[in-house]
Design a protein. Structure first.
Length: 286
């Protein structure tokens, strides 16, 4: 009898300890325990822009010249991947004349930290950080996630830590120099089951990559990073003039073939016509 009571006591204790381990800090909702992969689209800011000619397009080709700037969170049974970190959280609520990057303004209404907190995720819970590439609009908060394992491409790393790296962008990712780095090459299967793959798509930058996620209900999706900015680049067959002689044409062909082979959707993160209709966090795709 005493033994049975002891066993019952330990069973209750084990249950309570497990519950405590799952309790997120400061009243956040609990981190979703998933059996299928989930993909969240996070609001990481808006870029006020008005030069579609830089992308090989005329003003009349582009109904909305501004850019959405989402981040993506993949919750997999084996861990969590954050893909891109957007505009810096320091810009939340600031007027665009304070933070122009060349001709582009930054508009930020919510923080990445807050977007993650809404779904019960804090930085220490994130297993892997990956960035499509190292431009300022994708690395604004990278420092905050330098405690995760950074899935890095050597070609991009070399650009990021070169002496002439863009100072504003570098401010956002400087802490990654001290992160735990896992160098990846080619197409990298993040969790080893083919459901989350970082596709090598160089051109826009030397180590540019896209994110493929295979979802049970939605099917396959590819966020193509800055392989495209505007939907019209694809429909009209245009690209930034400087990229015509780089690897962008080959990377676009590769992604087209991948989409056809895997019957996947193409998501262009910067295209507001895609973003405005996307399911945004705390909703998700699965
Ligand atoms: Zn971008």
């Amino acid at each position: 009898m005493a033994l049975k009571r002891l066993a019952a006591f330990f069973a209750v204790m084990a249950c309570c300890l497990a519950a405590a381990a799952q309790t997120p800090p400061s009243g956040l909702p609990p981190l979703p325990k998933v059996s299928d992969v989930r993909l969240y689209v996070l609001d990481c800011g808006t870029i006020i822009s008005h030069q579609p000619e830089r992308f090989g397009l005329a003003r009349e080709d582009v109904p909305d010249p501004d850019f959405s700037d989402p981040c993506f969170l993949v919750v997999h049974p084996k861990g969590i991947l954050l893909f891109d970190t957007g505009l810096t959280d320091a810009q939340v609520g600031r007027p665009i004349y304070e933070n122009k990057m060349g001709y582009e303004g930054q508009l930020k209404t919510v923080s990445l930290k807050g977007e993650l907190a809404n779904i019960g995720v804090t930085a220490p819970m994130i297993t892997y950080l990956a960035i499509s590439h190292s431009h300022w609009d994708h690395v604004g908060n990278a420092n905050d996630y330098a405690g995760s394992t950074w899935l890095a491409r050597k070609a991009e790393y070399d650009v990021m830590f070169a002496a002439d790296a863009n100072a504003v962008a570098r401010k956002g990712y400087a802490a990654l120099a001290h992160a735990k780095i896992q160098y990846i090459e080619g197409d990298h299967d993040v969790f080893g089951d083919g459901s989350v793959v970082l596709l090598s798509t160089p051109g826009h930058t030397p180590g540019h990559q896209s994110l493929y996620v295979k979802l049970a209900r939605t099917g396959g999706v590819v966020d193509s990073g800055d392989l495209y900015h505007y939907t019209a680049e694809k429909t009209l067959g245009r690209m930034p003039p400087r990229e015509q002689s780089l690897e962008t044409p080959a990377s676009r062909k590769k992604v087209d073939a991948f989409l056809a082979r895997t019957h996947s959707q193409l998501w262009m993160g910067h295209a507001i016509d895609w973003y405005q209709n996307a399911v945004k966090a705390p909703g998700w795709y699965d």
